[in-house]
Design a protein around this ligand. Sequence first.
Ligand code: SF4
Length: 341
Amino acid sequence: MSLLSQTKAFQQALAAWYSTAQRSLPWRTAPSLYKTVVSELMAQQTQIKTMLPYFDRWLKRFPDFEALAEAPSEDVLKHWEGLGYYSRARNLHKLAKDYVTLETKPTTAKQWQALPGIGPYTSAAISSIAQNYPAAVVDGNVVRILARLTNDTRCFKNNGDAVKAFTPTADMVLNHNTPGDHNQAMMELGATICQKANPLCTVCPVVQFCAAVASGSQENIPNIQRKATQQVQIDRIWSVNDGKLLLHRIPDDAQQLAGQYELPATTHFKGKPQLDKALTTKTRGITNKRIKETIYRLKPPTSALKAQPSNLHWIALDQLERVTLSGPHRRWVNELLKQDA
Ligand code: SF4
């Protein structure tokens, strides 16, 4: 059975599976528009199981749009600490401030896109799940499912091109009676069954519509070109003096991580700081960047410290919990403090 000639049967098979297989999640068991908005923004770059404790903590502190709109930005960032991609927290905060002042609240995907941080995917997810608006979500998961179902072997330059190419198919198979459940079922299928590697085709509820599995080509689909990996080296400083740790505050106008603290990089100093031994080297990947960060002890006293720029700050060790550090920096600070003890 091909997908496009049997959309009704496909929708029914997907819905029947989702009604029994869906995971019990706090925004599904007691749904609300606000919970849907928060969960969709949080889930943009974070796996569901990672975000669950953050979601609970967020809801306790900011239970609705009004509470979030009134909260100070430091508090909002602090409650996002550990989730990364902080522009999502700033956008959610701005969105709440805008939402509470709107006389006419958004009810369609297009109207949601006028609010901060809401693109085509998130607007379709929010309006369909919370407001029953018929908009199909299309992200990497949905592209993967649709490309495999239709055995589409085209090569795409990037994810954006693939999303554009599969949007008409997603619209065609969308169940207009229950668009929210249909979209969530597609997301769930991508997350738990039609995974990137080793899709679980033998237990797939829509296997009878899948052209790729019939030809054994599912593992090679979709065909999206990978960006070349970029190697980046950053040298960072560890300096504890008089019960205080030297940290760099990322300027408020920075595009990423604005207002957060981090271990300073050597480039944050005027002149070249005098480095002692390397304490540790960390590697991590962010999108196509392979970042290697070596943390050196700074030789005190140094002229570099006397003439420190205004965004370097000495933070008392017993006040470290009060400042927002990104997830990796929080881990490194805790590890190095233990090492120093
Ligand atoms: S049969 Fe396999 S490849 Fe096809 S949709 Fe299901 S899990 Fe994905």
